[in-house]
Design a protein around this ligand. Sequence first.
Ligand code: 4AD
Ligand code: MG
Length: 480
Amino acid sequence: MLTKNVVELLESDHILQEYKVNGWVRAFRSNRFIALNDGSCLNNLQCVVDFENTDEEILKSITTGASISVTGTLKESEGKGQRVELDVKSIEILGNADPEDVKKTILQPKKHSLEKLREQAHLRVRTNTFGAVMRVRSKLAFAVHQYFNENGFYYVNTPIITGSDAEGAGEMFKVTNLDLKNIPTTDAGDIDFSKDFFGKETNLTVSGQLEAETYALGLSKVYTFGPTFRAENSNTSRHLAEFWMIEPEMAFCDLEGNIDLAEDFIQYVLNYISKHCEADLEFLENRLLQEEKSKPEKDRSPMPLREKIDFVLKNNFKRVSYTEAIEILRNSKPNKKKKFNYIIEEWGADLQSEHERYLVEKHFGCPVVLYDYPADIKAFYMRLNDDGKTVRAMDVLFPGIGEIVGGSQREERYDVLLSKMKEIGVDEKELWWYLETRKLGTCKHSGFGLGFERLVLFATGMSNIRDVIPYPRTPQNAEF
Ligand code: 4AD
Ligand code: MG
């Protein structure tokens, strides 16, 4: 007997064939109809039970949340909303779910808030919303690898534990193997942190960029896709302490080529899910429409989810220099009543998220790429322009999300890089290996980092980044 999953049976044309299928009971109606879900797709398989010939004990155990194994014959369904159903021959109860226990959890079939679901992160994947989000997330991750593989990039794995601060922003979690029962101390009696990691000071990586650069200077086109960590105390719906970042890096490539790649890459992966996640995206869109209805009209999103994705696929990203953006912001009246909380007067100030949102959502109405930022507000490794005050940086800003990509052409000139590091106090002894690549066959090169969860946020229309990663790590939560 063939064992199949629910999606295979729902799409199967092999009527009257016998199959076995496993899953969790979503509902059991009239002692007869089981809605079976195994997470392979959004929809449930209707399994029709011949209750007169089924053991009483088994019927009692078919409760919401229980795991079961069903064998039966696939049939065309007469019921509404499904093409096929399974005519059940036998049922095995794999794991019971006591209704009294289920009642205390989000498995109870009723509407639960996203906050409530977050408290039960170990169970929320069994809901339609999280099943859909996590399937889209998985397909997006696959599309990421497929894109780079098709375009001549090699996948490299950069270290998670590292001695360097790639962003120079000091937002690192320390790694320690200190024996807390026997804490080593200095002669002065302080904790001796030099003993942290087998005698070295290390932290969790904030970005694989610096190591990826050295690999691009050997393999030409590489990308990383792994977890990164930020010890910033940001409690926003866009920030996580642990997030996944995709970081392509290309030798012989300048900033324009880098922006072209970012645009092409984002459009490719969104196109991939719009083709391969139709049912989930439709479900997520309807969910969003329901949510929007409960908001006052002025706060509603003007575009449904799939239209928003389509819009990004069909329109070029608007490329604007930082200097032009400042001019636009200075001349803008964001809102008749309410001005920006923080008005940009001075060239050189960092943009706040309200400015980014204004540019993307109000002024241009499409994704925006800002480039050539002031050197002082960007990282040490970005290539200095001939004007001596701006660097070849670029950020991609997305509607409803803000910054989704941050990247740059890298400073490939040894002397310029060294003097920048000295100027802002980046330890050249720590980054000796990075500097050395600028002496041994250096060349222009560029890359960017895309926050994977921000991409999943956009693609699913969810509004909180905590709801697009299985177990969110935030300043308040690392319980699971
Ligand atoms: O702009 P960031 O800090 O750039 C870098 O780390 C570069 N080294 C990348 C590179 O050039 N290879 O981060 C890149 C992206 C951001 O645009 C954002 O999408 C995401 O990573 N990101 C976060 N996502 C979730 N939570 C956070 N705390 C994030 N911080 C950055
Ligand atoms: Mg950034």
